[in-house]
Design a protein. Structure first.
Length: 152
């Protein structure tokens, strides 16, 4: 409810209408991921030796150029492995949103085997889908690690 203090109500809506299960799932998973990722990125940037920045300043580079051409590529070597692992972990954690009745992969498998009583085959199918998704993300992470680690 949005209202003017001691005045009329400007807007009123049900919390269930504003925060749908999808919004709650995206918000919860996104905030948990963002908190960890921000710390990893900060640690990656701090891991670049200060001398790199000083040398670039001595050459007359601007701060934005220093960050994008010197600091960020070196920090990516440190950032990619934990962020990649965390993204893969978040994909696996999407099964947690079934608690709020959002139909994701595992929840859909549960709904189907509740009707058909074929529990094991459907769980195998769901696990194969997770395996495929995680494998694709792992290959992508490997390519990024090779790209940023090629000049060691």
């Amino acid at each position: 409810m949005l209202r003017v203090p001691f005045g009329p109500v400007l807007y009123s809506a049900s919390a269930n209408a504003v925060i749908t299960p999808l919004t709650a799932a995206l918000g919860g998973l996104g905030l948990a991921q963002a908190a960890y990722t921000a710390e990893v990125i900060r640690a990656g940037i701090v891991s670049v030796p200060r001398g790199q920045t000083r040398a670039a300043m001595a050459l007359g580079m601007r701060p934005a150029t220093i960050f994008f051409r010197i600091v960020f590529p070196q920090a990516m070597r440190v950032i990619i492995p934990p962020v990649g692992n965390e993204v893969i972990s978040m994909v696996k954690n999407t099964s947690l949103v079934s608690v709020i009745a959002l139909a994701e992969l595992l929840y859909t498998a549960q709904l189907i085997y509740a009707r058909t009583y074929e529990t094991i085959p459907l769980l195998i199918v769901a696990s194969l889908w997770y395996l495929i998704i995680v494998s694709i993300l792992s290959v992508g992470q490997n390519f990024l690690e090779q790209y940023y680690g090629r000049h060691l």
